[in-house]
Design a protein around this ligand. Sequence first.
Ligand SMILES: [Zn+2]
Length: 285
Amino acid sequence: MTELPARRLLLVHAHPDDESINNGATMAKYAAEGAHVTLVTCTLGERGEVIPPELAHLAGTALGEYRLRELTAAMSELGVEDFRLLGGVGRYRDSGMMGLADNDDAACFWQADVDEAAARLVEVIREVRPQVLITYDPDGGYGHPDHIQAHRVAQRAAELAAAEGLPIAKIYWNRVPRTVAEKAFAGLQEDLSGLPFPRAATLDDVPGVVDDERVTTEIDGTAYAAAKAAAMRAHVTQIDVAEPYFALSNELAQPVFTTEYYELVRGERDRARETDLFAGIEEAS
Ligand SMILES: [Zn+2]
């Protein structure tokens, strides 16, 4: 086997842009520190709504192709070289928001067989041997079918890999501590009049908000705030950034979090609140 880098981080996301919004600072930090960062994105986000009017004609396959270029640009901003689409480009189609007829498309990710999709992720795990996996909680953070399915596939892949002797030492879910979110939204209300967004989002619009005590880990990404904002901006069709805020196609302003938070759901914690995803992991490969 070729020699593996000492630290190896795998992230599993539903659509291009989720990685930059949730984990942009974390990805930039670990990549800069020499970790091998692998992003697996499950769909191209072909059902996403397009923000810029001049790109509004993009839909379906054309939007997917465009979003792959956005993802490529975002990864360049974060310094992440290893990013892949689950099963290859175009294997799984965006399922659209929960309850839409798009959910029934046989080619969409929501309709994918979890074991089959997980087997494709296990191929990546065999190759990069991650010690740390980041994905969503069972609700996908906010109930989008592709996010729920990404969670299921990631968890199942970790089980399958463990069964063949390749356990992933630590698994994290994306989180935001409630008090952190509340404070950020209080500031947002004061700043709103100076922003290019008509209205503010609410706490309910932020995926993964939980009571503070569930949060086990915080990654200070202050030094990578600019990289995160640049990566988010690279997702031109999906995100409008006005630091330290951004909006999705609903035009609701919400905070950009440069400290990113996680809940450790598998693996031992070595401190009250971790500040390193690899804490407690021996770095031998
Ligand atoms: Zn998404």
